[in-house]
Design a protein around this ligand. Structure first.
Ligand SMILES: [Zn+2]
Length: 306
């Protein structure tokens, strides 16, 4: 190997920063995870630089660097927008990180990184158009075409979480207020937050999503009804994506994606909403689970030096 044959990926999360180095075959060489210096932009940059230096010292190689972030870089201002790690918003993160490291850094939305990771060597390997979804506390989406991020001129391609829930029923209108300022966003229905909120609205009882899922598994009536509503809403959201993009596969990551049940049920529910009544789109869990974001960040450089 020459001196440059590794890729470094960084997953900048709201509570943790994860970084890894992989070789040309995607084999993991080293990995580290540290707490995110919340609310401190300069410390966040320095923490990311520190992780790159550490991985390079350990592997003895210099790498390309990609980073996945919550939010995206505005094509208009060059500044971070739409990040729930709010101390990043309005900052030129890519330029600052590039300057601090002395080399070009590629940055993409974390759901885009998931799509790239899974399209490169994961559950969607070799697929042409991949829609990646993170169903965690919130709900993100991203698109990879031929293994590359499709961002769009506004940098929001795939952001289905802030489309309104399609085909709303009377009791779903206008829907809960979202942090983005609008009402009834998908994120407020099909995320962990949304599942718990819906359960409380319907039953009057506060439960965590984890509790609701475990009660679902024991057959509890309220939990089964809650998960059925969740699946139906997810099917409507995916149907809207299929009507626009018709991806070859939908890959799902994030904590909620571990609920195995919906991979069986969802395809049946989908057809009722997709135009024409046919839907053969595979819906599969992310092969790399929580590591899809950091691996996808590394694969933002599919070819070294270009
Ligand atoms: Zn919203």
């Amino acid at each position: 190997m020459t001196n440059t044959e590794i890729r470094i990926g960084i997953d900048l999360g709201g509570t943790k920063i994860e970084a890894l180095a992989i070789d040309d075959q995607g084999v993991e060489l080293a990995r580290h995870r540290i707490d995110t210096p919340r609310d401190d932009y300069t410390a966040t940059i320095m923490a990311m630089v520190g992780l790159v230096r550490r991985l390079e010292a350990e592997t003895g190689k210099t790498g390309t660097v990609g980073a996945g972030i919550p939010g995206s870089i505005s094509r208009i201002t060059g500044l971070v927008k739409n990040s729930n790690s709010t101390w990043l918003n309005g900052r030129p993160l890519d330029r600052d990180l590039t300057a601090a490291l002395g080399r070009e850094v590629r940055i993409a939305n974390d759901a885009n990184c998931l799509a790239v990771s899974e399209a490169t060597d994961g559950a969607a390997a070799g697929k042409h158009v991949v829609f990646g979804v993170i169903l965690g506390t919130g709900c993100g989406g991203g698109v990879a075409i031929n293994g590359r991020v499709h961002e769009g001129p506004n940098g929001v391609a795939g952001e289905w979480g802030h489309n309104p829930l399609p085909w709303p029923k009377a009791e779903e209108n206008p829907g809960p207020v979202c942090y983005c300022g609008k009402r009834g966003c998908m994120e407020m229905w099909v995320s962990g937050t949304g599942i718990a909120l819906d359960y409380k609205t319907v039953t009057g009882r506060a439960q965590t999503t984890r509790e609701i899922v475990s009660q679902f598994e024991t057959g509890d009536r309220d939990a089964v009804a809650a998960m059925d509503r969740f699946e139906d809403r997810l099917a409507r959201g995916f149907a809207e994506v299929i009507n626009i993009l018709d991806p070859d596969v939908i890959v799902v990551g994030g904590g909620v994606s571990r609920v195995a049940h919906f991979y069986e049920d969802l395809p049946k529910k989908l057809a009722a909403y997709v135009f024409g009544g046919e839907a053969s789109t595979p819906i599969v869990p992310a092969m790399y689970g929580d590591s899809s974001g950091v691996r996808g960040a590394a694969w933002l450089w599919p070819n070294l030096r270009s």
